[in-house]
Design a protein around this ligand. Sequence first.
Ligand SMILES: [Zn+2]
Length: 439
Amino acid sequence: MNLLYSRIARLKPHQRPAVDVLCFLILMGVALLAGCKKNRDQIRAGKVVGGSMAPSFLGQHLFFECRGCHSTVSTDLEQSNQREHLICPFCGTLTERNSCAKRPADAVEIAIGSPIERWDVVAFQVPGLDESGIKRVVGLPGEKIEIRDGNIFADGRLLQKPIAAQRQMRILIHDSARTDLESPRWFPVNPDQSFEFNQEGSFQFGDLADEEGGIGWVEYRHQRCYSRRTDRVPESDLVPIEDVYGYNQSIARDLNPVSDLIIELEVVPASKRQVCWLISHRFGEFVFTVDFDKRRLRVSNSGRPETIVEMDESSLALPVMRIECSCFDHQFLVLVNGKTVSQFPIEQPRQERADTEIRSTRLQVGSRGSLTINRIRIWRDLHYLAADGMPGSTQLFNTTTDGYVLLGDNIPISVDSRHWETATVSGQQIIGRILQKTE
Ligand SMILES: [Zn+2]
């Protein structure tokens, strides 16, 4: 079995050069790795070491079910050892470290010699070290790759992840079915709106007594609960969703607001009803409306003319409609029951909005008429950082004709192309594509 290092830097970003040396010495000391030969179409087993691919692939870690919100939480073993209590990233409740279960590292299957595409997770020989690693392919041979504004650009073009890659990489920030009832996240916008949130995480919208048949909206209010429970902000304040990794626990660094989100609604369709959601950020305000009777999705963008998308019958065939709306990588994607219904780029306005919402994304869900939504979940995209980890820093890689840029999903702690002396990894050094977890 191969041990795949998803290496971890334990110190703050500005101390990182020292970390590289430290990791190197430790790894030389333990000399854990047996080399592997490349054979076409073979499947090999591997084991993940370290947390740089979290939350997709985990090394040994601690695990607990939060008392506050009943979320299941995994945290890095090594970093968690520095704390007496572990913080739930969803509600801020503290759990004693000694009461957490130790979980083994993820086991994976590696397809040796399988073709490699962008966003694949691969096992590879780490440049300059006698060890193998596990990272995600971000840049392909011959490309000019840039890390800027939390995104990845190839030859000057912002890379837009397909939905499958988005689902693999996204990080959960809210699940209505796992909620701390002492700290609600959803609030009616209109005081006349009758709205009930029940313990299982479902939403019951009442009829809005509005002659114009208006929409009853509820708004998501994020909480900065991950550092200390007392850091809660007043419910009236809209705080930005930030690039926090609950997995890392003790890392101290500057956080960045993230406006690339996926919101998923599990809606019970009802005749003469409409479900709506609103996403408002620095690139505009977008309102989506699904009319169940007309089988239509309407999209309006900051007051521009509406776009109407006809939906096929199968979208409404199931008793519960799963709507996913993503605004990752300057692109909107709307999927209904897993099928793409609408896809369009988010154009950057000439003049960005200068109000306070620049840092905070506003998320609202509403209904026209009484309606049940069984569950709402919100995820964020990764926010890529340059090697120094500082907000606003950029980094450029010029790949060779046989060089891949590899980055870990756990951006703040991963040691990857951003830090290696030979930034890229050659095709020869790639052992294979990670197929799946096997445990
Ligand atoms: Zn919790």
